[in-house]
Design a binder for this molecule. Structure first.
Ligand code: ADP
Ligand code: MG
Length: 611
């Protein structure tokens, strides 16, 4: 009886291999552009239709292939880049596994035109599902053009799993950027649906970074340079004050190959310790040059994971060279981004001489005297009325809490025996104390409620926007002078992709080269909040891979948090108003970004401090 094991036919084996190497259109871009670089091209053009689902075409001016190679390149394990196992440890090329073209040809309709520089005519090969359907001599330019149509036409599971064009093109763009960043000496261009997305002209690394991320990034870069026996390190890190809340701009390369490495990433983050607020990520564009025999590139089919023989020695080199560079550029470790907890002196007081504090005592002041007449002065509430403090700060409070605070009988026991001193009425007029425009301290019968104003505003504005935008566009305010924001192509495209929703939220803009000219903004935004808000929206729509349904949430959140950071509550009337508005929100204990809005300081805690 014959056995049941047999060898898989090539086209099936190729399809299986394709599952590992080609996960989405972006993987095709990576593999084919890398092939162009390995072929010595200096000019590489990438043409995409429908985020690569319809067409991916790569045109290069590299070496080209002769007739024999043009056929052979589609075979599995066909490579010109290595021949001996030992070559694996002397790699200077991007590819070496001989899998990419075989994989692509197994799952798409491919047309290859390729011509050596030394001959007049080239070769045309058409192949689909691993079968050559046409082969002929052709007139074409020197170099190679490869057209990949109908990707995954015969792997419906893969095709159906592809995300929206916006998301898939986002991946393509990211692959393109990784390769273009690694090779500033080459010209690259990227076209999507007939419009030019990037045209990158060869130059130095700094120029390449600016061309990709926008000219304004130039001022944000700190150069890194370190040469040791093990590794040479160069590139740039972003100045801490320009750090972002997403990991978008983190690029590390070894021998000009992009890779991912949590361990080295940790070294870089450590170098920024104390310089960044929580949840901010540094930007970096770092290049390691290392003897290829000291790394293993062959640990993952897409080669984005790399083993380093001496990773433990490289870690401190990365850490200390970045630290040094940041130090050299006078970036002190006390930068305070949001002034989260800063209680610094007002500017005008900073240069005043230090005077020993003196205490003025008002002998008639009675902090515990309950006074009913001051209550009549405003909304029927007063400092002297007892307010029940139990329960707030819990997530399950109901919106009536604030009213409940007011409507409590005067039944609380005095905490301590009364001090028999008469008090001036005005001394009791303070019901809410606004501290540095950041916190409201509001007395409760057994302590204080403390409200974080920016977070409270964030909650109020967020709820308002989310409630309103579905029914009506958010009210918009035309700017007298449009605000110009320099933005990368990527960022501008994302604004345009989300046009209808952004307009619903009150935004209006035109594009002028690499400038977004903002003409109208949501009217809820105060002037100083506009710019931070735009930057925050950029962050969320460009780098975070958010689903369509979540964009509204992200926009509301960006607007609300920018509004919260700027809005100041200076006088008591509006503090009270703010508290009332806050307690009208069903969730008033936590901000939409899940931060605590309320806290309390109880009399017990206070008296413990004085015990
Ligand atoms: P690998 O890059 O791992 O060698 P590929 O399947 O990507 O494997 O490519 C197979 C071979 O085809 C390459 O080794 C190279 O010789 C040739 N080739 C592929 N693309 C090009 C190109 N754009 N120009 C010249 N030769 C190419
Ligand atoms: Mg290759």
């Amino acid at each position: 009886m014959s056995g049941v094991i047999h060898l898989l036919p090539d086209h099936i084996a190729n399809q299986i291999a394709a599952g590992e190497v080609i996960q989405r259109p972006a993987s095709v871009i990576k593999e084919t552009v890398e092939n162009a670089i390995d072929a010595g091209a200096t000019d590489i053009k990438v043409i995409i239709k429908d985020a690569g689902k319809t067409l991916i075409q790569i045109i290069d001016n590299g070496s080209g292939m002769n007739t024999e190679d043009a056929v052979r390149c589609f075979e599995r394990h066909a490579t010109s880049k290595i021949s001996l196992a030992s070559d694996l440890f002397a790699l200077r090329t991007k590819g070496f596994r001989g899998e990419a073209l075989a994989s692509i040809a197994a799952i798409a309709h491919v047309t290859l035109k390729t011509r050596l520089h030394s001959v007049e005519t080239g070769n045309l090969i058409q192949i689909e599902g691993s079968k050559i359907t046409n082969q002929e001599e052709t007139i074409c330019s020197k170099g190679t053009s490869i057209e990949i149509k109908n990707l995954f036409y015969n792997v419906p599971a893969r095709r159906n799993f592809l995300k929206s064009d916006i998301v898939e093109f986002g991946h393509i763009r990211e692959e393109f950027i990784r390769i273009a960043m690694a090779h500033p000496e080459l010209n690259f261009s990227l076209y999507h649906n007939d419009s030019e997305v990037y045209r990158l002209v060869s130059g130095i690394l700094r120029k390449r970074i600016n061309d990709i991320l926008g000219k304004s990034s130039n001022d944000k870069l700190v150069p890194i340079e370190e040469k040791t026996d093990i590794v040479t390190l160069y590139g740039y890190v972003g100045k801490p004050e320009f750090a972002k809340k997403t990991r978008g701009e983190q690029y590390i390369f070894v021998n000009n190959r992009f890779f991912k490495d949590a361990y080295f990433n940790n070294a870089i983050s450590k170098a920024f310790d104390g310089l960044l607020p929580q949840k901010y990520f540094p930007s970096y564009f770092l290049f390691l040059e290392i003897d290829p025999s000291r790394i293993d590139v062959n640990v993952h089919p897409t080669k984005t994971e790399i083993k380093f023989e001496e990773e433990r020695s490289i870690y401190p080199i990365i850490l200390s060279s970045i630290r040094q560079a940041l130090g050299k550029y006078n970036i002190s470790p006390t930068l305070d981004f949001e002034q989260e907890t800063s209680f610094d002196l007002p500017h005008s007081m900073r240069n005043m001489p230090v005077v020993e504090p003196t205490i003025k005592v008002d002998p008639t002041y009675n902090p515990f005297k309950t006074s009913t007449d001051s209550a009549s002065r405003s909304t029927g509430s007063s400092f002297s009325k007892a307010i029940k403090a139990e329960g707030f700060g819990n997530k399950d409070l109901n919106p009536k809490d604030w009213e409940a605070f007011y409507n409590i009988e005067e039944s609380e026991e005095p905490i301590q025996e009364k001090i028999e001193i008469q008090v001036e009425e005005s001394a009791l007029d303070v019901r809410q104390l606004v501290f540095k425009g950041r916190y409201i301290l509001s007395p409760l019968p057994r302590g204080f409620m403390i409200i974080d104003i920016p977070r409270a505003v964030e909650r109020i504005v967020y709820d308002e926007l989310m409630n309103k935008f579905i029914l009506n566009p958010i009210s918009s305010q035309q700017l007298l002078f449009p605000i110009s924001i320099e933005a990368s192509k990527n960022e501008i495209d994302h604004w345009n992709d989300n046009r209808s929703l952004l307009e619903r939220f009150g935004w209006n803009w035109t594009v002028n080269e690499n400038q977004l000219e903002i003409n109208a903004v949501p009217s809820i935004l105060q002037e100083e909040a506009i710019q931070p808000c735009i930057l925050q929206i950029m962050e969320s729509i460009v780098f975070a891979e958010i689903d369509k349904g979540e964009i509204a949430h992200a926009l509301s959140l960006s607007i609300a948090s920018a509004a919260g950071k700027i809005k100041k509550v200076e006088h008591h009337q509006s503090a009270e108003q703010l508290i009332e508005e806050l307690f009208r929100c069903p969730e008033h204990s936590y901000s939409p970004s899940e931060k605590k809005i309320l806290d309390k300081l109880t009399l017990e805690e206070l008296s413990n401090r004085f015990s």
